[in-house]
Design a protein around this ligand. Structure first.
Ligand code: DON
Length: 575
């Protein structure tokens, strides 16, 4: 019965919509008065089944939060490298009446966590301990976070939102070539964990191929329990008991009390007035608000548009501004709970004016110290965006941190995060992203690690104009910044704003990494002459965005062509 309902929920929708790779548009009602009231809905995520699940919820009269919850659970099934029940994330939500919320459901350090828990006998951080295995896991927040988001702001019955995910887990779904490759690359890691080996390696031990069906029976049962009991399924009872037992057996420190006591936090949204727009951004423990505010303020008055997207001065100035912002991020930010520093001080106008004055074009400022860049392991996180027919908008970035998190799977079929590596295992020593962070981001029981995840909403004349975010560890921050600049300074259309090649500079290591096509020969030569270390990188970010196209009067849902996501736009239908 439940299964049939699930199929009805999403299959016909897939058939009646016209998915394009990359972007899809639909007809909507133009904004007449700049108010926040809405027009047709849209969903963009990194995985087609998840986007279809969210669109189905909108079709049935769900609001943006309902659809986001359905996308989140569907991604936990269809994008197991990053979608999750065993991780955490950030949700920005703007109601149709224009009130904004930031829901932080990020993982927290277990009660038994200690500042020195990843240091070896010589006091040196053991990178493997904070990234692999049960000991690397923070207390997950995703299920409780999505549940509370629905309790506060959702409209449809909770169980309806789980149906697509349950169907996808129990009946399976056909994996893409990219997913097959992602699973095959982790063969060795999966083979070292009994549950991951059972679920994520084909029974005859062969490699995955495009079109294979991935069925996740245990995960399906867990999702049914969540559909039935809501957040309680992740607070107490058999799923928690089995997860804690597996953690103890695997040398982890998660306890039943950690799950019972986990609480998401509704935090302030930081509003940045910029370029005639208002940006709604996530405050600490997200570094998004401080980073974007600092960089945009530092670049104020610079003739970037006049110089153009490709000009070496444009690239170098942005790099100088982002490196300076990373310096403050790494040194001063962390979970605002329990420390004495006010992050708002980093946005002091006089402080930023001084930074603006000291910005020198055609110049490379080296970091105070140099450190070798650590090898960056394959990592994955995912961002999805939703708008509904009444103008509600949701931006969610969610993560296990590394690809498949700590690469251990709970007996109930979900991967655990390795978010503990986002803390400074030892202040002053680089983590897996090369981030050298300070004492404000030290490990302490119950604290959240500092994050780069930066969901963003852009308002124009009081109405939502864009919804986006990205994975990519620290490159999330520079990716989000570049999408903003591409769209609102360089005037690129929505697809081009997402597609345009990117670059990244984060203070330490000092290198400016760039995607193919971002630096032409002239820029490369000029940056090199100014002393800027450069390095080509295969790919930065995965932006799933929704933009309002004012001229066409349409939403544009854009999935980043770097991965294989899907954007869908619904025809106008007021709820
Ligand atoms: O919260 C953070 O900043 C990281 N855990 C995000 C990790 C990430 O984006 C990895 N992705 N590609």
């Amino acid at each position: 019965m439940l299964l049939a309902a699930a199929a009805v929920l999403w299959l016909p929708l897939a058939a009646c919509m016209q998915p394009h790779s990359g972007a899809v548009t639909g007809s909507v009602q133009p904004i007449a008065d700049g108010s926040a009231t809405g027009i047709g809905g849209a969903v963009a995520s990194s995985e087609a089944n998840a986007t279809v699940a969210g669109s189905g919820i909108l079709e049935r009269g769900g609001n943006a939060v309902d659809a986001a919850v359905a996308v989140g659970f569907a991604l936990a099934v269809t994008y197991p490298a990053a979608g999750n029940l065993g991780g955490g994330g950030f949700m920005l939500y703007r109601t149709p009446s224009g009130i904004s919320f930031f829901l932080d459901f990020r993982e927290i350090a277990p009660t038994a966590a200690r500042a020195d828990m990843y240091l070896d006998a010589n006091g040196i951080p053991d990178a493997a301990a904070s990234t692999r295995g049960w000991r690397a896991a923070g207390v997950p927040g995703s299920v409780i976070g999505l549940y509370q988001a629905h309790q506060k702001w959702g409209r449809l019955p909770w169980t309806d939102l789980l149906k697509p995910a349950i169907h996808l887990a129990e009946q399976g779904f056909h994996i893409t070539a990219r997913q097959a490759d992602s699973l095959n690359r982790q063969h060795l890691a999966f083979s070292q964990d009994p549950m991951a080996a059972r679920v994520m390696i084909p029974s005859d031990q062969r490699s995955w191929s495009e079109g294979d069906r991935l069925v996740q029976v245990e995960l399906g049962a867990t999702l049914r329990a969540i559909a039935e009991s809501g957040e309680d399924a992740m607070r107490k009872g058999p799923i928690v008991e089995r997860t804690v037992a597996a953690s103890i057996a695997g040398g982890g420190v998660l306890s039943a009390a950690d799950f019972a006591n986990y609480e998401p936090v509704v935090r302030p949204v930081h509003r940045i007035e910029w370029n005639g727009l208002a940006l709604l951004t996530a405050t600490p423990p997200s570094s998004g608000a401080v980073f974007l505010h600092q960089v945009l303020s530092t670049l104020e008055g610079q003739p970037l548009a006049e110089w153009g997207f490709r000009d070496a001065r444009t690239i170098q100035l942005i790099g100088e501004a982002t490196a300076a912002a990373f310096r403050d991020r790494n040194r001063y930010l962390g979970d605002p709970a329990g420390f004495d520093f006010q992050w708002e001080l980093l946005l002091d106008p006089a402080y930023l004016a001084e930074r603006r004055r000291s910005l020198r074009p055609e110049h490379y400022t080296p970091p105070a110290a140099d450190l070798p860049a650590p090898p960056i392991e394959s990592t994955e996180t995912t961002h999805f965006s939703v708008v509904d027919a009444n103008g509600g908008a949701v931006a969610v970035t969610t993560t296990l941190n590394g690809s498949y998190g700590a690469k251990v799977m709970a007996p109930d079929g979900f991967f655990l995060n390795n978010e503990m590596d986002d803390f400074a295992a030892q202040p002053g020593v680089a983590n897996q992203f090369g981030l050298v962070q300070g004492r404000y981001n030290a490990i302490a029981a119950g604290r959240r690690p500092l994050s780069s995840m930066s969901p963003v909403l852009v308002l124009r004349d009081g109405a939502v104009d864009a919804v986006f975010g990205s994975p990519g560890g620290p490159t999330i921050l520079t990716t989000v910044l570049q999408v903003l600049l591409n769209r609102y300074v360089f005037g690129l259309d929505p697809q081009a704003a997402v597609r345009a090649p990117r670059f990244h500079r984060q203070d330490l290591p000092p290198v400016l990494r760039f995607e193919a096509g971002r630096l032409d020969r002239h820029a490369n030569q000029a940056l090199d002459e100014w002393g800027q270390p450069l390095s080509r990188t295969p790919s930065i970010g995965d932006v799933n965005a929704i933009f309002r196209d004012l001229e066409a009067g349409e939403w544009r849902a854009v999935a980043d062509p770097r991965r294989s996501g899907l954007g869908l736009v619904l025809p106008l239908r007021k709820n």
